[in-house]
Design a binder for this molecule. Sequence first.
Ligand code: PXP
Length: 242
Amino acid sequence: MTDPLRLGVNIDHVATVRNARGVGYPDPVRGALLAAEAGADGITAHLREDRRHITDDDVARLLAALTVPLNLEMAATDEMLAIALRHRPHAACIVPEKREEVTTEGGLDAAGQFERLRPLVGALTAAGIRVSLFVEPDARQIDAAIRLATPVVELHTGRYADLDGEARADELRRLADAAALAAKNGVEVHAGHGLTYDNVGPIAAIPQVRELNIGHFLVGEALFVGLGEAVRQMRAAMDAAR
Ligand code: PXP
């Protein structure tokens, strides 16, 4: 029997639409509550260095309003560490961040930044925050997560989502191998980036994957069917593949 698969809904792009006009709507907190009501097991929000979507106030309001866990995505900076320690979300996923990128392009180089990450992971863990590293499906990166003793890795599915044919099948094998390696070493496996109704199945079918974090597609789909319905349909696609 495969372990259940959780869905974390990333509400960043509700804030992107709001910020396009500099007004108060649509409110990502309202999106988060709707997503949770429709079956999301958790909410993910990325407080970027340039605050292009989620703001500090959004994080505070999410934590005040949510009854499901908040996973705060953050860069490995002193500023973000201080914010995480102040708010103490359920989980913190450490992501690479470049100001000029459109979205999180590529995983964190946990192996290359090992010494920089060690105190950050230690401080978050000591505060009771469940730390995750967003990494490429690469044995070197999984090994770094094991040595850093993070309880979770989130595998970057962006390349998988962008590829097709044999190249996609190869990337899927890399994801499955990385998931098996992490799980064998006691690290919980999450995955995300670029997932849609059409490509989620093979990722949901990897037995070691315990959580998917999905945002951009769901917020886009919400324009046509509403966020609750988009979340329900994604849940159904995940469950069908499991
Ligand atoms: N997981 C992580 C760590 C991310 O940075 C993102 C994008 O913010 C996602 C999941 C969700 O990706 P998408 O918005 O493409 O579904």
